[in-house]
Write a protein that binds this ligand. Structure first.
Ligand code: TYD
Length: 137
């Protein structure tokens, strides 16, 4: 169910001989107001991130440098995205399990989030997630 809402959203790219610029304004360029920003970097070869779902959090994931795969699973359906450009990102709705893998060397994963950090919003056990997703779907 939730996975149908997941989608790539293209961002503006202001091209300039001096270099490109991409702005993001919450609720205009992406579907939520931005409450938090974080990024992962210096990810060792072969490592993966994520491995959890969120109850209420919405996220927008951008490969601002390099590339990686994002596998999504709503407990019923699965879909995978390859992110490798700074001018688009992946909208991830609530109640979707995500696994990020195959990070290229030097890649930076920027995440815009709809809520502050709340450990209580995480579901870190996959079978618990599947049960909860099926009950809420
Ligand atoms: P986690 O969300 O599990 O990372 P990822 O999904 O990228 O693998 O978070 C890893 C650790 O960082 C965890 O102990 C919680 C902490 N953390 C914060 O303190 N604030 C944050 O905004 C985030 C995203 C994580």
């Amino acid at each position: 169910m939730g996975i149908n809402l997941a989608r790539i959203i293209n961002l503006r790219k202001i091209s300039d001989p001096k270099g490109n610029l991409t702005p993001i304004e919450g609720a205009t360029d992406i579907p939520f107001e931005i409450a938090r920003v974080y990024y992962t970097y210096d990810i060792p070869g072969g490592e993966s991130r994520g491995g959890h779902a969120h109850v209420a959090l919405e996220q927008f994931i951008i490969a601002v440098s390099g590339s990686f795969d994002v596998a999504l699973d709503d407990g019923t359906d699965q879909i995978s995205f390859f992110l490798n450009r700074s001018y688009y990102g992946l909208y991830v709705p609530p109640m979707v399990w995500r696994d990020l893998a195959n990070f290229s060397s030097g890649s930076v994963c920027l995440v815009l989030a709809s809520r502050p950090y709340e450990e209580a919003d995480y579901i870190r056990d996959y079978s618990q997630f599947v049960g909860a997703a099926r009950r809420s779907g």
